[in-house]
Design a protein. Structure first.
Length: 595
């Protein structure tokens, strides 16, 4: 029999009953077994990941079957090499326990336990991402999380951010295509997404993209299939992977790369370090490298998956970084997140520990188990021959940089947001296109569009010209009306917003659009008394004699409220004069209130 013990190894004689003063008495403070169990229960959870919280972890092996030594000296990528690895699948937005079948990007974090240290490849099941400047990453993630007041997911936040971030269109097209809901983790491709570098034994640098193409075939779920699946099984992808491994139906992916020389990168039509764009396969064809096989389940999910820590900062000789701005930021943010979640010595946990020798001068901290080779050499540089020293043979070649330090507009660097999304759209058959536009985006957009309309109407009232113009450029109707039939131009001009009215007219707003009471924008402006706006509308062909159906025209309002200069201007522009009674003045004054 195996004895049950406390954490200190003391054998427990009774694990069923608390120690009490009498059969029905109080629990004694000396019952350390009770105190230890309660204390540990209170501390069983660690902070979940801010993103990618819901995940599945599986061990596997990377086998290199082709010779790519002309590109890299990394031992893990040499022909014949087999390397144990851990792959953690995840969804981006959902919290721990979220449904696996939701429409979302899937994270694919890989840790390869190489002979030269850990190599982590942190990517997604899409080759691109929503943004390309890391300064916007926290803002983007906020839109994927819960509203601070309602604690509900907000499609308004999501679509508002995307509509103001045109570079996200490529990723949106993928997310709301059929591939937005993979049937299982085994039925999707995996990508390093970022541009990395490879360095060969001649110290030559090549830019590289990593691809893992599923050998199980791409299979996806429709919205309806996903809804039905979630209703029955919220852990569908986790369950599928567990069953595959237990049944020895090991999933595999073909490992491929794209290679670009430094010279090609300088002249390529797109910024090769832009995470919102792909490298055209015709320009840079896929090169076969090897096979990735998943074949082993963790024995303890918390120890081996929840505490697994991945970071693109973990590289090995022959694999390096690139000027990809998002990659540069993740080099810091990923290990920093692990130091917060687990502690500064997270890399000493078995699942994160390298199989190669680790020699650092990092000291102390919670749960530290690292011992120095020479306890007298706890600093560097030092004079001890047996203490770890730097090795300049592993320096990377210089990277040519140019330009001045400045906050450059990342959208001006490459403002072609549409061609690659269009190319992807054109690869879809007609049914796929229909599902993208109707079944997916339209359902998400329906509520959002109503909210955007309200926002646009408010912009018109308040004279928010720049914001309203953005929405019109994005496709909002310039002749949008509110529930009373007031057009954007009506609301803008009535509230005396000259610049906004001018902008709306430039975009083709109907200058004579009537509201439900038959009132035109010119009539409203004559009521308010703005000669400048009257001139603007008349110069844009406004009908100076537009009738509201009761014989009342714009000049009626100008005369009724004593706007003499407007009356004179209208008469010069062929407005007809009407003699109306004081009684009619009062009636008209009551009829035409603020729109």
């Amino acid at each position: 029999m195996t004895n049950l013990t406390t954490t200190s190894g003391n054998i427990i004689g009774d694990n069923q009953n608390s120690l009490t003063a009498g059969e029905r008495g109080l629990v004694l403070l000396q019952d350390y077994m009770l105190l230890e169990k309660l204390a540990h229960q209170n501390r069983e959870r660690i902070p979940e990941r801010a993103v990618h919280a819901n995940g599945t972890g599986v061990y596997g092996e990377l086998e290199i079957r082709e010779d790519i030594s002309k590109y890299t000296k990394a031992k893990v990528l040499q022909k014949g090499e087999k390397t144990k690895m851990l792959l953690r699948f995840s969804t981006v937005a959902g919290e721990a326990g979220a449904a696996d079948g939701e429409r979302d990007v899937r994270g694919t974090a890989m840790k390869f336990y190489t002979k030269e240290g850990n190599w982590d490849l942190v990517g997604n099941n899409t080759p691109v991402f929503f943004i390309k400047d890391p300064l916007k990453f926290p803002d983007f993630i906020h839109t994927q999380k819960r509203h601070p007041r309602t604690n509900l997911r907000s499609t308004t936040a999501m679509w508002d951010f995307w509509s103001n971030s045109p570079e996200s269109l490529h990723q949106i097209t993928i997310l709301f295509s059929d591939r937005g809901i993979p049937k299982s983790y085994a039925n999707m491709n995996l990508y390093g997404s970022h541009t990395y570098s490879l360095i060969n034994d001649k110290n030559e640098r090549f830019w590289v993209k990593f691809h893992f193409k599923t050998k199980q075939g791409i299979k996806n779920l429709s919205n309806e299939e996903a809804q039905n699946l979630i209703a029955k099984d919220r852990e569908s992808h986790q369950r599928d992977m567990v069953e595959r491994i237990e049944n020895k139906n090991f999933p595999q992916w073909d490992f491929k790369i794209q290679i670009m020389s430094e010279e090609e990168a300088r002249t390529y039509k797109h910024n090769p370090f832009d995470l919102t764009k792909v490298w055209n396969h015709k320009d840079f064809p896929l090169i076969d490298v090897g096979v990735l096989t998943l074949n082993e389940l963790p024995q303890n999910y918390f120890n081996e998956v929840e505490q697994a820590c991945f970071s693109p900062s973990n590289i090995v000789p022959g694999i390096g970084f690139s000027p990809d701005k998002m990659l540069q930021a993740r080099i810091f943010s990923y290990p920093d997140a692990q130091r917060y979640r687990i502690g500064k010595n997270y890399d000493q946990l078995p699942v994160n520990r390298a199989i190669s020798e680790v020699n650092t001068y990092h000291a102390a901290g919670a749960m530290n188990t690292h011992n120095l080779l020479n306890t007298d050499a706890y600093y560097e540089p030092n004079s001890y021959a047996d203490a770890p020293k730097e090795n300049k043979e592993f320096l990377e070649p210089p990277l040519h940089l140019e330009g001045e330090a400045y906050r450059y507009n990342h959208r001006e660097d490459s403002d072609d947001y549409y061609s690659q999304a269009r190319d992807l759209f054109n690869l879809m058959d007609e049914e796929e296109k229909k599902r993208l536009c109707m079944n997916n985006i339209s359902k998400e957009e329906e509520k959002r569009y109503e909210e955007l309309q309200i926002l646009a109407l408010n912009f018109a009232r308040k004279g928010e010209t720049t914001e309203l113009e953005k929405m019109i450029k994005a496709g909002l109707s310039v002749n949008l009306k509110d529930h009373k039939g007031n057009s954007l131009l009506m609301l803008s001009s009535y509230n005396l917003n000259y610049k906004t009215s001018e902008m709306l007219l430039q975009y083709g707003a109907n200058v004579d659009e009537k509201n439900d009471k038959g009132q035109t924008p010119l009539a409203g402006v004559c009521f308010k008394g703005s000669l400048d706006l009257v001139k603007l509308l008349v110069e844009n062909k406004a009908d100076v004699n537009a009738d509201n159906g009761m014989g009342t025209t714009p000049i009626t309002f100008a005369k009724m409220f004593g706007h003499k200069k407007i009356v004179e201007y209208l008469i010069k522009n062929n407005a007809k004069e009407f003699k109306i009674s004081t009684f009619l003045h009062k009636i008209v004054g009551n009829l035409y209130k603020k729109p």
